[in-house]
Design a binder for this molecule. Structure first.
Ligand SMILES: *Cc1c(COP(=O)(O)O)cnc(C)c1O
Length: 388
């Protein structure tokens, strides 16, 4: 098994070796690493709900009352009232008839896509779709076609090419995980309608964030709920864990019978479901975190723009600061860490070679001082590594 060592050495030589770092204590705008407090700019905990006492209390109560394990899949004896309640809450948030829970968002995508399409079908994806969508497409065995990023005209062209396939399924991130840009959903939905294709959107980064009441991308664009299949996760803005798909009652019953990552795995534990329910309750009932997050997005937009560090006006908490080569991105990230800011570089294969970047993600509980301090440290680090 020499290939293990050889591969690891190769990765290390190219600056691509990945390692975990350990966070002590709770997640939040500031985290502790090896005894140091640093401002965390790489979490998807957008509304800072992951360590809210309300979620912790709900989880503790559920653990006391219902225990920590479910012992079986949902279809055997694992299904509990909390699962049903959580599915109802997800359907209400997304204004759909029904919802189905998965253990994670990753499992929602790798279970749903192969349930909907197979060998005689085509699955059509945006070039920058999330890895879990791509893995779902590969598992499905359907013919996979790719359209250029956020390009509804080219999508329609690809749909024409796939006209003779039995079914056509288009899957796109609604908010793209690396750059934080929003897919042109109204135009994509029109193209799918015209070409008789199913449309599934991945709302991992939109849920709780986009739209006046946090319902997501449809609300952001003022679109009425329609036949779009909505997938998402409870692990980001909702502050907990769990994937979901929501849509018509037929779709959900179909997935309960055909999605293998739903059928052949154990139901989520009660404390996790209770925390998710509380997270969704706060998304709907407490507008302050979303308002605070919006103010932080505005502030970082202004600061980056005035320094020529960003391309446009962001509407999501994800900002990409392009650096270029892997080594430079890593060096900027190391300097930021030394200055008290945790903001790892995103490298190939997650992004194309030569486009290594910092992916900055904001939280509701970041303070103005923390954001201003970060931009100053970023300017200094870039000056040392790129111009210097
Ligand atoms: C994070 C993410 C997922 C996976 O969700 P998990 O619940 O973390 O497994 C799926 N799609 C996108 C776009 C994501 O960013």
């Amino acid at each position: 098994m020499d290939f293990l060592r050889e591969t690891l050495d190769d990765l290390a030589r190219n600056g691509l070796l990945r390692e975990t770092r350990c966070i002590d204590g709770p997640q939040g705008p500031v985290v502790r690493i090896a005894g140091r407090s640093v401002v965390c700019l790489c979490s998807n905990n957008y509304l800072s709900l992951a360590s809210r006492p309300e979620l912790a209390r709900a989880a503790a109560k559920a653990a006391e009352e219902c225990g920590c394990g479910t012992g079986a899949s949902r279809l055997l004896s694992g299904n509990m009232a909390l699962h049903d309640d959580l599915e109802s809450a997800i359907a209400r948030l997304k204004r759909r008839d029904a919802a189905i829970l998965f253990a994670t968002g990753y499992m929602a995508n790798v279970g749903t896509i192969p349930a909907l399409v197979s060998r005689d079908d085509a699955v059509i994806v945006d070039k920058l779709d999330h890895a879990s969508i791509i893995d779902g497409c590969r598992l499905s065995g359907a013919k996979m076609l790719v359209y250029p990023h956020c390009d509804p005209e080219r999508l329609e062209h690809v749909l024409k090419q796939a006209a003779r396939c039995r079914r056509r399924l288009v899957v796109t991130d609604s908010v793209f995980s690396m750059d934080g840009d929003v897919a042109p959903l109204p135009e994509i939905a029109d193209a799918c309608r015209r070409r008789g294709a199913m449309l599934m959107i991945d709302e991992a980064h939109a849920t709780g964030v986009l739209g006046a009441t946090g319902r997501g991308t449809e609300e952001h664009f003022g679109m009425a709920p329609s036949g779009i299949i909505v997938m998402g996760t409870l692990s980001k803005a909702a502050g907990s864990l769990g994937g979901f798909v929501t849509g018509s009652r037929d779709l959900i019953n179909y997935l309960r019978n055909l999605a293998r990552s739903f059928i052949y795995t154990t139901a989520l534990p009660p404390p996790v479901c209770a925390a998710s329910l509380e997270g969704l309750r706060l998304i709907a009932g407490d507008t302050r975190p979303r308002e605070k997050l919006r103010a932080n997005i505005e502030l970082l937009n202004d600061l980056l723009q005035s320094r020529g560090l960003s391309a446009g006006q962001n509407v999501t908490p994800i900002f990409a600061v392009r650096i270029g080569e892997v080594e430079k991105a890593m060096a900027v990230s190391r300097r930021l860490f030394a200055a008290g800011f945790l903001c790892p570089a995103i490298r190939p294969p997650t992004v194309p070679a030569g486009t290594s970047r910092l992916r900055v993600s904001l939280q509701a509980d970041h303070t103005e001082d923390q954001i201003r301090g970060f931009v100053e440290a970023l300017e200094d680090a870039r000056a040392c590594e790129i111009e210097g």
